[in-house]
Design a protein around this ligand. Structure first.
Ligand SMILES: NC(=O)c1ccc[n+]([C@@H]2O[C@H](COP(=O)([O-])OP(=O)(O)OC[C@H]3O[C@@H](n4cnc5c(N)ncnc54)[C@H](O)[C@@H]3O)[C@@H](O)[C@H]2O)c1
Length: 382
């Protein structure tokens, strides 16, 4: 017997659409103990809110996000706003007794992330979630299972890169290029995802940042108010090297100016017995190399991760090789949140504020390593 789960959403643009779609679709594809009810949506632009609410099935809308905190019927608040707003909004919702599902990165700054983690620890039984959606691509969730099953032995290398090319000089000074709103650029936007994926797949933690470089290529951008140009105060690309507690070494690379790569989120793991690799632009595939195979036929195996009960989430979707896309990671996550709030297990582990705080520490340490031009042990970043 399922019961409704009343949801409030803050933000109605890119992530607002992705999340609204996810809450709507989840009960169509999964048997859920709690069924999302899209109750109240809030964002800044009142004129856009009414058509948005009608299109996506939100019962009510408001230009004041605090209305959600005051609404006693709402149990879960979903936050899809710029990074500098996450802390204020999430903490207010936790204090109002709501569960919170916040977009990544957890916050723009480590200080904000720390406050969010403290608020989550203090609250009375509410749950927190962070939308690291790539964990819920079947191929990524399968990679985690294969590593846990020992299929590639001990992990020795983690090689992750997340490359995009949309942020050339013609793109105006959006909030994403302003440190006070975003915290950082490609780093918090993209490295956040691959650090989360690396921690998730390996089950290991980063012990040290061994070196890093951060670069802003486009220093000025057209202001949105038409008053000339303003300074971009975030990185366009950040690269860093790491050592994991378990002994693996890692490289992470994020760029929003890597021409020819639109959303190339990749991770490769090389272990003592084999390797795995994933590329989001071919997201239904996981590549597996078994070093123990007969040398005559040994090679990379192309696994189409759509095989019913054999692959995470696949049994809830379409017949084999009727492939999934970007939105399915969000739908899978919405379903897992509904399961957890109904007392069931998620298919893949859900990151909470504590977990996302650990990713945020790694991001902070990497920026510090770039600034100081030296190695930074994680023990230095609390
Ligand atoms: N998981 C992912 O893959 C992914 C992808 C894109 C963005 N994100 C994250 O999602 C968040 C939002 O990004 P986006 O691309 O949707 O941004 P966006 O600019 O498209 O939308 C931001 C929304 O926030 C609203 N907003 C801004 N200030 C507000 C305020 N004071 N009160 C209420 N609403 C306010 C705006 O009205 C807008 O609806 C960011 O944290 C970003 O890092 C995650």
């Amino acid at each position: 017997m399922s019961t409704p789960l009343s949801i409030g959403l803050i933000g109605q643009k890119f992530m607002g659409r992705a999340h609204s779609n996810a809450w709507n679709q989840a009960p169509h594809f999964f048997d859920l103990p709690r069924v999302p009810r899209l109750e109240l949506v809030s964002a800044r632009n009142l004129r856009e809110l009414k058509p948005f609410a009608e299109r996506w099935g939100w019962a009510r809308f408001s230009a004041e996000w605090r209305d959600i905190a005051e609404d006693e019927t709402i149990e879960l608040v979903d936050i899809g706003t710029p990074n500098d707003l996450h802390a204020e909004q999430a903490i207010a919702m936790l204090e109002a007794g709501k569960h919170v599902a916040c977009e990544k990165p957890l916050a723009g700054t480590l200080e904000d992330a720390r406050a969010m983690r403290a608020a989550a620890k203090k609250c009375k039984g509410q749950k927190t979630f962070v939308w690291f959606n790539y964990r819920r691509c079947p191929a990524v969730a399968l990679a985690q299972q294969l590593v846990a099953d020992g299929k590639i032995g001990e992990v020795q290398h983690v090689r992750a890169s997340y490359l995009q090319d949309w942020a050339g000089p013609d793109v105006p000074l959006l909030w994403r290029f302003q440190k006070k709103h975003a915290g950082s650029g490609a780093h918090g936007d993209l490295n956040a995802h691959i650090v989360d994926m690396a921690r998730f797949i390996t089950g290991d933690e980063i012990k040290e940042i061994n070196g890093a470089i951060a670069k802003t290529f486009v220093k000025e951008r057209k202001r949105l108010d038409g008053k000339g140009k303003g300074r971009s105060t975030v990185d366009d690309a950040v690269l860093f090297l790491t050592t994991f507690k378990g002994g693996a070494i890692g490289s992470f690379e994020a760029s929003r100016v890597a021409q020819g790569h639109q959303n190339r989120n990749t991770i490769e793991l090389n272990g003592t017995k084999g390797s795995l690799k994933f590329d989001f632009e071919d997201m239904n595939l996981l590549w597996y190399y078994d070093g123990g195979d007969d040398p005559k036929t040994r090679g990379w195996q192309r696994i189409m991760c759509t095989a019913g009960e054999h692959h995470p989430y696949a049994g809830n979707w379409w017949p084999d090789a009727h492939v999934l896309g970007y939105e399915h990671g969000f739908v899978n996550m919405a379903a897992d949140i509904c399961k957890v709030l109904g007392g069931e297990q998620p298919v893949a582990a859900l990151p909470d504020f504590e977990d996302a705080y650990q990713t945020q520490r790694v991001l902070e340490a990497a920026l510090l390593a770039a600034k100081e031009r030296c190695a930074i042990p994680m023990s230095q970043v609390k």
